[in-house]
Design a protein around this ligand. Structure first.
Ligand code: NDP
Length: 338
């Protein structure tokens, strides 16, 4: 079986063969991903300009030595455009500032599959459409590059007008840092990236939040310390170390670093919290992602004032664990909660 995971740029693929020699890369947005990706591409030898509205982000980009222009001008004058605005605002900015300024043969690059897969952003058929989605937060994209390490990047070609879009994606992924030690490219699709991203959020990531809350409630009900519970779950940093071990050795191998008592407890009790219906629920969630049900709901939510979002956020911030966390973090001299 051939792997879709690639750890070095295939022989024969070069900046020249990808048609990227002396090309200008425009990075739209200088936030989490924009700031890091722009700096990595510049350090890899590309000419990079930033498109941003006039504000603090634009000032930061200028201070970091970039030429900053309005979004429409950058769309007009870049050969490759990295679209690194929050997904929620991309459709509006695309229609207003980008689409009217794009010319045949330009390349538009998304860092997530969502807007293109669901047709919220629809470039003309004369535009190459790529996805370079780092499986890494923006901060990590820069930090790892600076330290000489890589990270996984999911790539896809949504539309190939010039015939060299796949090579472009591979060469740009290399310039971002994907092929540095520890990194890789995953040949994916807009559909797969959208599914993996949303399904993670809807299932295990969401379950972590609510499982932690329930754990805290039970510990308190039994008369024990909420602060000790918070330290046990995540505040000690043990969880982050466990995640590091999973990254390095794999989920199953990393269990050897837990005590036998811990391993036995996890193997024997863990399944109780993932009853057989859970898989059917996950499958339903996946189908509701793929058929656009979730995307429709989320678009409606944004267009109607984010009432449910604010209600759920408030309900979470009102959980008693939040107060205990604030108290604990103050004692530990950590961030004031935002
Ligand atoms: P950010 O929220 O960090 O983007 C901030 C940028 O968007 C700033 O330049 C900001 O400038 C600009 N912006 C925000 N609102 C507006 C507006 N109304 N009009 C014009 N510009 C605006 O985004 P991310 O970096 O988190 O996400 C960018 C892309 O990367 C998304 O597609 C996301 O899915 C993807 N991605 C993100 C990851 C992450 O870890 N965050 C991981 C992998 C992919 P200003 O405030 O000046 O307007």
């Amino acid at each position: 079986m051939t792997s879709k995971v690639i750890t070095k740029l295939p022989a024969g693929m070069t900046t020249k063969s990808a048609g990227l020699v002396n090309k200008t890369i425009g990075v739209i947005g200088y936030g989490n991903q924009g700031k890091s990706q722009a700096q990595n591409l510049r350090d890899s030898g590309f000419k990079v300009q930033i498109g941003n509205i006039k504000d603090d982000y634009a000032e930061t980009a200028r201070r970091d030595g970039f030429k900053v222009r309005d979004i429409a001008s950058v769309a007009k004058t870049s050969d490759v455009l990295l679209f690194l605005l929050p997904d929620e605002i991309q459709p509006e900015i695309f229609e207003r500032d980008i689409k009217p300024n794009l010319k045949a043969g330009q390349t538009l690059v998304f860092a997530s599959g969502y807007n293109y897969f669901f047709d919220y952003v629809k470039p003309k058929s004369t535009i190459n459409v790529l996805m370079l989605a780092p499986a890494m937060i923006g901060w990590g994209v820069r930090e790892r590059y600076v330290q000489g390490g890589g990270f996984p990047v999911l790539i896809a070609v949504g539309h190939d007008h010039t015939g060299d879009s796949h090579e472009k994606a591979m060469v740009l992924a290399k310039a971002l840092g994907a092929f540095m030690p520890g990194g890789c490219v995953i040949e994916s699709s807009f559909k797969e990236e959208t599914l993996l991203d949303l399904l993670s959020e809807h299932t295990w990531a969401g379950a972590v939040l609510y499982t932690f809350r329930a754990f805290y409630d039970v510990v308190k009900e039994l008369g024990f310390s909420g602060e000790a519970a918070i330290l046990e779950m995540y505040a000690s940093g043990e969880l982050a170390d466990i995640a590091k071990l999973m990254e390095k050795h794999g989920l199953f191998n990393s269990l050897q670093f837990h005590s036998h008592t811990s391993q036995y407890g996890q193997y024997s009790r863990g399944p109780d919290y993932v009853p057989s219906e859970a898989k059917a629920m996950m499958k339903k969630a996946a189908l509701q992602i793929l058929d656009g049900t979730f995307a429709k709901e989320w678009t409606k939510e944004q267009k109607t004032g984010m009432k449910n979002f604010e209600r759920l956020k408030k309900e979470n911030r009102k959980h008693p664990m939040e107060k205990d966390e604030e108290k604990l973090y103050k004692v530990l001299g950590r961030n004031e909660s935002s």
